[in-house]
Design a protein around this ligand. Structure first.
Ligand SMILES: C[S@@+](CC[C@H](N)C(=O)[O-])C[C@H]1O[C@@H](n2cnc3c(N)ncnc32)[C@H](O)[C@@H]1O
Length: 227
């Protein structure tokens, strides 16, 4: 986890600023005055996650993460050490949950069934959030997801499982009484420039042009119906 924490800054650096710009301009407009639970927080303060301007306009920012190391990495904001599947907060006690590049970390255990870790965590976030969830997530082409699924078939599970964008959308739409809105995809190459050198995997130090890496970032809201 320590090396993940160290590599995260370098890996996310160029991409994160571009992701954050889209999030703030297009997805965080309703956040002023809101209570926000940032699930899979990774120790990011409100200012780091929302930018200097928006972070002063929100009512409260709580970071939740299952890893003590990641949670205590940065920031002195309010923090909860917990799994996204079991958040120790009351129903409807925050306005929004943010899930920023976390869903692929929920993994896939063959015994639990495809997508069940995601569905469980999304259900839990919808329980604690009055209004809904805002998601930024890395996704892969369907053929990559098929290879990952074959790996799970062979090994029994993967700690990190990156979904295809349409598959992820289907899983989110499967939650009860929600609508998935503002669903948008942006290729990594579009985000940081096709020729920018980038690490294809956080654990692999070799960099290649971003345009060759088949990641697409998904942005969306999962709104509770009627809110
Ligand atoms: C890639 S980091 C993203 C950190 C931060 N959201 C950001 O945008 O920089 C993923 C984080 O999710 C956390 N995480 C992974 N699985 C989790 C789970 N089941 N429940 C809560 N946190 C989890 C990890 O510990 C890690 O800090």
């Amino acid at each position: 986890m320590e090396s993940l924490s160290k590599n995260l800054e370098e890996w996310y650096g160029p991409g994160n600023a571009a992701l954050q710009k889209i999030s703030i301009e297009e997805y965080y407009r309703d956040l002023p005055g809101a209570v926000i639970l940032d699930v899979g927080n990774g120790g990011q303060s409100a200012e780091q996650q929302l930018g200097p301007e928006l972070s002063t306009k929100i009512a409260r920012f709580i970071g939740a993460d299952k890893s003590f190391e990641m949670l205590s990495r940065l920031g002195d904001h309010e923090k909860i050490l917990c799994d996204a599947n079991a958040i120790p907060l009351a129903d409807n006690s925050v306005d929004y949950c943010l899930l920023n590049n976390v869903i692929h970390h929920f993994g896939f255990n063959r015994a639990d069934g495809f997508g069940s870790a995601v569905s469980g965590a999304i259900g839990e976030c919808l329980r604690v959030a009055r209004r809904g969830i805002i998601i930024v997530e890395m996704t892969v082409p369907r053929w990559v997801q098929q290879i990952e699924s074959a790996m799970v078939g062979l090994t029994g599970g993967m700690a990190t499982f990156v979904f295809n964008a349409d598959t992820l959308r289907g899983l989110l739409q499967g939650a009860e009484a929600v609508e998935v809105t503002k669903f948008k995809t942006v290729r990594l190459g579009e985000l940081v420039g096709d020729w920018t050198l980038f690490r294809a995997m956080i654990t692999v130090p070799i960099k290649v042009p971003a345009g060759l890496i088949p990641y697409t970032y998904v942005f969306c809201e999962v709104r509770k119906v009627g809110r």
